[in-house]
Design a protein around this ligand. Structure first.
Ligand SMILES: Nc1ncnc2c1ncn2[C@@H]1O[C@H](COP(=O)(O)OP(=O)(O)OP(=O)(O)O)[C@@H](O)[C@H]1O
Ligand SMILES: O=C(O)c1ccc[n+]([C@@H]2O[C@H](COP(=O)([O-])O)[C@@H](O)[C@H]2O)c1
Length: 292
């Protein structure tokens, strides 16, 4: 990867391609350290967010509690980074809608979370590259954290925030490159939120050599809300109120999203989603049971 160089105006030029009119959001990033003995970190959650749920927001709160009680880190900010449309996952709505919903959720329910649209509005970027982009913006461009008394600048560590289901894919052959895993877990590290149905030990057993950079956060109140279930509810005309922030529920209604399963599906995906609906109907269940 190329490193940043200085432009004519003295600002470091980005070593990455950015979408048109892109500016890194940092209006809620706290650059002043409160606890000089602690290492400053920023949490970054990558994913589809189709749509964003309360669980996505809860992940950050769980991580902050865990970090405060169990580590020598100080959390300076938190970002959601919705994946590009090129990720081609069933049920993936357009990046514009996903970014808008994440923005409503963070701006209207939180005082500290932000959404970075850098990844969403361009070609697919691997997670290792996304984390490098955050590292560049926060440390090279913004100059990192500042110590309160001396004004000395300190490097802010970027940490990947993810559910145990996502981390378990890191042990599946062919999903992540070994080089990227070493970069993500060796250089940055990850906070893993326990997710019902995905065993934490199993999720991390093949990642033992990066154990020192892996922080396991138990989910003390089990909550298994997933975007898949929300999409199923919407297709069946069921209420999703109180599963998602109210402004997101309103946005989905205004734009009639997820009602017609044509959004982001090819024919094979549509058949899979219909099969899930049929299985649910046959089981006579009052709630969908699938998490995938
Ligand atoms: N209930 C949950 N518990 C723990 N982690 C979660 C939960 N829901 C989502 N996550 C995590 O949030 C991140 C983004 O997830 P993503 O957008 O894929 O949501 P999802 O609900 O898993 O979506 P889908 O149902 O479409 O697969 C991932 O790291 C995922 O593991
Ligand atoms: O960088 C990789 O090689 C890589 C491999 C698998 C998944 N990811 C990322 O992990 C996230 C998965 O999101 P989701 O919705 O499929 O759980 C998404 O942000 C992907 O870009 C990234």
């Amino acid at each position: 990867m190329s490193s940043a160089s200085l432009e004519g105006n003295g600002r470091p030029s980005p070593p990455f391609t950015a979408p048109p009119n892109y500016a890194f959001p940092h209006h809620r990033l706290d650059l002043l350290q409160r606890y000089p003995d602690k290492q400053p970190i920023v949490l970054v959650a990558c994913g589809s967010f189709s749509p964003v749920t309360y669980l996505h927001l809860r992940m950050f709160e769980m991580a902050v509690d865990y970090v405060r009680q169990n580590t020598d880190f100080e959390v300076m900010g938190g970002y959601m980074s919705p994946v590009s449309d090129q990720y081609k996952k069933p049920g993936l709505l357009s990046a514009l809608h996903r970014v808008n919903m994440c923005t409503l959720a963070t701006e209207q329910t939180s005082q500290w979370l932000m959404v970075d649209p850098w990844e969403a509005f361009q070609s697919y970027q691997r997670t290792a590259v996304v984390l490098d982009h955050f590292d560049h913006e926060i440390n090279t461009v913004l100059g990192g954290a500042q110590m309160p008394s001396s004004g000395e600048r300190r490097h802010i560590r970027v940490v990947l925030l993810a559910g145990s289901d996502l981390i378990s894919t890191m042990s599946e052959p062919g999903v992540w490159s070994e080089k990227d895993l070493d970069h993500i877990l060796g250089k940055y590290g990850t906070c893993i939120i326990e997710r019902a149905g995905s065993d934490m030990d199993h999720a991390t057993e093949a990642l033992a050599r990066w154990r020192h950079n892996i922080f396991l956060v138990p989910q003390l109140i089990q909550n298994d809300v997933s975007s898949t279930k929300v999409r199923l509810f919407l297709r069946r005309g069921l209420s999703v109120r109180y599963l998602l922030p109210a402004p997101v529920v309103e946005y989905i209604g205004e734009h009639t999203l997820y009602i017609d399963d044509a959004s982001g599906f090819d024919k094979k995906d549509k058949e899979k989603e219909r099969a899930k609906d049929d299985a649910w109907r046959r089981a006579g269940a009052s709630t969908p049971s699938s998490t995938a």
